[in-house]
Design a protein around this ligand. Structure first.
Ligand SMILES: *Cc1c(COP(=O)(O)O)cnc(C)c1O
Length: 428
């Protein structure tokens, strides 16, 4: 891509698409004709390769029955580990530190039940007040299971502006009674990227373990977990990684912790050669594989095989560069076209602080989202007043970004949003 200088013309959008070396990946996806899909940060679109790999797993069931566990192109018994190998480069980890298993929430429970070891006066978990609710619900129950009161033992760092967190505030909250820290890599509303390297370093200086929820960063930005020495992480695979609705999730455990026994074990925690000895004494796998519990959900794993192939070919660094260009372009167009319409850009502006979506705030956000949908633009609404717009590097175009801002302008000028109630739908 040439050097980017903002130009509001439609011609310029077309030129950016022409110069885009990743443009051909759009053809890999089922993009609905006439619709601009900007919600790939909530549910990534289906690719033809993900569809093919799902059919491949169905076919091995058809062909082999029970022997599908060890036969066919992708033997089921080893698939969770193999997919972990493919995800590891996306977070800068080693292959055996990553496994695909469970769901985000289940993996959070698994990891916290392993790494939260309250002792003496070090009994609290540190989180934040802007994180995704499931993380807080899970942490509250983990605190309760250890016999403590979450009101006192789950500490939530406050935000100064209601959108972002300040690393200084998080570090100040790393006091002597904190046993464990669990934070998002990226805040799901504002898209702010936390400085995981710095936070990990500061936590370790104080003898505190730290893990991250990567739901909004995996497949969107690079991570260097080996270098940063993060203790553990977990994420879903259905957002940027396009693994499909309810796709099996992922987790990372730093190899320095491989001697630990997971908090929640099952027979899939076993060393693979021992598993079918059927003994009542568990011999856990000596890597992240030990953090699995039961039989993997093969049909919800299968699409990831094809999807991760695409990531390997496209390259995360190139995807990140394109994503930064698309979001910068969108912000520039918004500033140029939607002046004096009471919009506020709620995401951080610096490249190293923002992820793959724009967080546009407006008093009427809920009904502006409904008007966008009526115009075949798919955003999502996040209470209380945010519109998230995610141009995805693998399948969205600069032309779509340009069109979206024009449609948004028309909705505002014609007051189309007034036809709708300013409340969210059941699923927003
Ligand atoms: C999407 C998301 C989740 C979802 O958790 P599930 O267990 O997959 O339902 C959790 N945390 C964050 C930060 C998310 O963005």
């Amino acid at each position: 891509m040439g050097i980017y200088t903002f130009d509001p013309s439609y011609q310029y959008a077309l030129q950016l698409d022409k110069e885009d070396e990743l443009a051909s990946f759009r053809d890999e996806f089922y993009v609905k004709e006439g619709t601009i899909y900007l919600d790939g940060n909530s549910l990534g679109l289906l690719s033809k390769r993900a569809e093919a790999s799902l059919l491949q797993i169905l076919d091995s069931w058809k062909q082999f029955g029970i022997d599908g566990w060890t036969k066919g192109e992708h033997p089921w018994f080893y698939l969770s580990e193999r997919l972990g190998d493919l995800i590891a480069p996306l977070i800068g980890a080693e292959a055996n530190e990553v496994v695909v298993s469970g769901s985000t929430t289940v993996n959070l429970h698994q990891l916290v039940s392993t790494f939260y070891e309250p002792e003496g006066t070090r009994t609290k978990i540190l989180a934040d007040e802007l994180t995704f609710p499931t993380d807080i619900y899970a942490l509250q129950s983990q605190v309760k299971l250890k016999g403590y009161d979450p009101d006192e033992h789950l500490v939530q760092v406050k935000s100064r502006d209601g959108r972002t967190l300040n690393e200084e505030d998080i570090i100040s909250a790393m006091t002597e009674n904190i046993a464990l820290i669990v934070l998002p890599s990226v805040l799901y509303r504002s898209g702010q990227i936390l400085d995981m390297k710095r936070l990990t370093e500061e936590a370790h200086k104080r003898g505190i373990l730290i893990g991250f929820d990567l739901c909004h960063s995996i497949g969107s930005i690079p991570h260097q977990f080996t270098e940063w020495d993060v203790d553990f992480a977990f994420w879903c695979n259905y957002k940027y990684l396009n693994g499909g609705p309810g796709s099996v999730a992922g987790l990372y455990v730093n190899k320095k912790h491989f001697h630990r026994t997971p908090g929640l074990t099952g027979w899939f925690s076993s060393n693979k050669d021992k598993q079918f000895d059927m003994e009542h004494t568990l011999t856990p796998a000596d890597d992240a594989g030990a953090y699995q519990m039961g039989t993997p959900h093969l049909l919800s794993l299968a699409p990831l095989i094809g999807s991760l192939e695409i990531f390997k070919e496209a390259g995360l660094d190139r995807l990140r560069q394109k994503s930064l260009s698309m979001t910068q372009y969108m912000m520039d167009l918004i500033a140029h076209e939607l002046k004096d319409m009471d919009f506020t850009i709620g995401n951080p502006l610096e490249d190293d602080r923002r992820t793959g979506h724009i967080y546009l705030e407006h008093q009427e956000a809920a009904r502006i989202c409904k008007a966008l949908k009526e115009n075949n633009v798919i955003p999502d609404f996040r209470a209380p007043n945010g519109i998230r717009l995610a141009p995805i590097a693998l399948y969205n175009t600069f032309e779509e970004v340009w069109n979206t801002v024009q449609i948004l302008k028309k909705i505002m000028v014609e007051e189309q949003y007034k036809k709708f109630e300013n409340t969210r739908d059941v699923v927003a």
